[in-house]
Design a binder for this molecule. Sequence first.
Ligand code: GLN
Length: 308
Amino acid sequence: MNTLNILDKVTKTLKCHGVEYAQKEAKALIKEGLNISDVEIYRDNSECNEEQLSIIEEMLKRRVSREPLQYVLGYEEFLGLRILVGQGVLIPRPETELMAEQAVKTVKSEKLKVKSYEDKNSSLITHHSSLNILDLCTGSGCLALAIAKAFPDAQVYGADISEVAVMYAKENARLNYMNNVTFLKGDLFEPIKKFLTSQFSLLTFDLIISNPPYIKTADIKTLQPEVRDWEPVIALDGGEDGLNIYRELIPAAKVFLKDNGILMLEMDLGQAGEITKMLKSSGYTEIEIIKDYAGIERVAKAKKKTCN
Ligand code: GLN
């Protein structure tokens, strides 16, 4: 069988199993499985040997069982970064790319300072001399890594409760040659508190960002099978109203933000009102809601201001 025959066969099989973008996915599987380019599928149309056929067969079997394409391929692209993913870690979404872009824009427009006044008082505390950014519920590390790439002089921290996620995040940092990111395992700010203690200094942030689990528990069963049956429920389930993590994170973040520091949170359709209320009652100012490409209110942004 040559590559065009395979493309045809894989496309048909995927279609039969209800995969929406069958031909696009078939191409992706063939390119990855045979390590060839788009052009080579058509131009060379090479004969495939038994071993190559069985690689494709194996990938196809996984995909028709509705395992997400990205798990089968082993990665997803995120703002030009290759992010490894697999069972136990959430696949980066386009709306999170939007949040990363917004975060980069915010750091630039707010001119989040490179030096805080504490620097002048201590030459020992090196962490204060940099732009400190924290990504909670970091998962694969995609947000932390995209921001770290945009600001090579920043110190970026990513934390996640899942050991598997942190393992992926660390590997993603290594594969993308990113050495200004530190990934820590633990629940929300817990690992940051521990990290501080071991450094004997208080680490505060110019920007705290998070894409927490925000799906209502009752809605999990309505998600597409790729998400519902394969992606980690811990990265999706936000409790009865989807807002459990926000209730904890929003007030706690104030302790870890510098004055004028920014909090940015991804959220689901219909959550902007409640999240705005929480931000207000925790005393944040300059609350802004940013819509995604589909027109859905997707990102909440707010400032911590202690001095007027
Ligand atoms: N955006 C993801 C989805 O659509 C959910 C991720 C999350 O809960 N933060 O399934």
